[in-house]
Design a protein around this ligand. Structure first.
Ligand code: HEM
Length: 177
């Protein structure tokens, strides 16, 4: 009975993380992004910056929740017997879980690139730090950074949609890979 409640809670948290990560990415990329083109550039920039900062907090929250709830889910059900020892690589369930964890690592690496490499470049654009000729160089760097953020966000979306397929195949079958 206790383990049933742990499974329900773990599953609830896992799906909540999926909803926040995927729903948030879709809203940022396909709703907020295109809408920004219809407001003056300076305002669009501040809005984009502030909303991206807030969204990144949600992204990191859900990325942290995935392994916690996922491990809880695994160890509160009988499925752990599918991944013990070398079964992690020899069963379809084990390999699918391995794929899920590997792709989660891809999302984390992409999140680190956006947070620590690309975001600071976007922020430079707003402050215009350096003045004079540096402003146009900063603008160009920021434009490139914005394009990379968009490309990486779309890659993350594709990866996350595929991970959901892996999850469904594990929850309602024996896995996919
Ligand atoms: C380290 C990271 C992760 C771990 C350890 C993990 C682990 C698990 C486990 C053990 C299950 C249960 C499968 C079953 O019922 O037999 C599961 C299900 C699932 N996972 Fe993950 N997962 C991780 C990351 C992710 C990510 C990043 C996503 C999506 C973006 C995701 C989406 C899902 C979905 C949709 C299910 C099916 C849930 C259901 O229908 O009940 N997981 N995961």
């Amino acid at each position: 009975m206790t383990s049933t409640w742990v499974s329900v809670l773990a599953s609830y948290l896992h799906l909540l993380a999926v909803a926040v990560y995927l729903g948030g990415s879709v809203a940022m990329e396909f709703v907020l992004g295109p809408a920004q083109k219809f407001i003056p550039p300076a305002q669009a920039q501040v809005m984009g910056q502030k909303s991206a900062d807030r969204f990144l907090a949600l992204v990191w929250g859900s990325l942290a929740l995935f392994p916690i709830s996922g491990m809880l889910l695994l160890f509160s059900t009988s499925n752990q017997s599918n991944v013990s020892g070398d079964k992690f690589f020899t069963t379809t369930y084990g390999r699918t879980l391995f794929g899920m964890i590997f792709l989660w690592c891809v999302l984390v690496v992409n999140g680190l690139i956006i947070t620590f490499v690309l975001r600071p470049r976007l922020n430079q654009k707003a402050s215009g730090k350096g003045g004079g000729s540096n402003v146009s160089a900063n603008l160009e760097r920021a434009g490139k950074a914005a394009r990379w953020v968009s490309i990486i966000t779309r890659i993350d979306l594709g990866v996350a949609v595929f991970i959901v397929l892996l999850g469904a195949s594990m929850a309602y079958g024996n896995g996919l890979i």
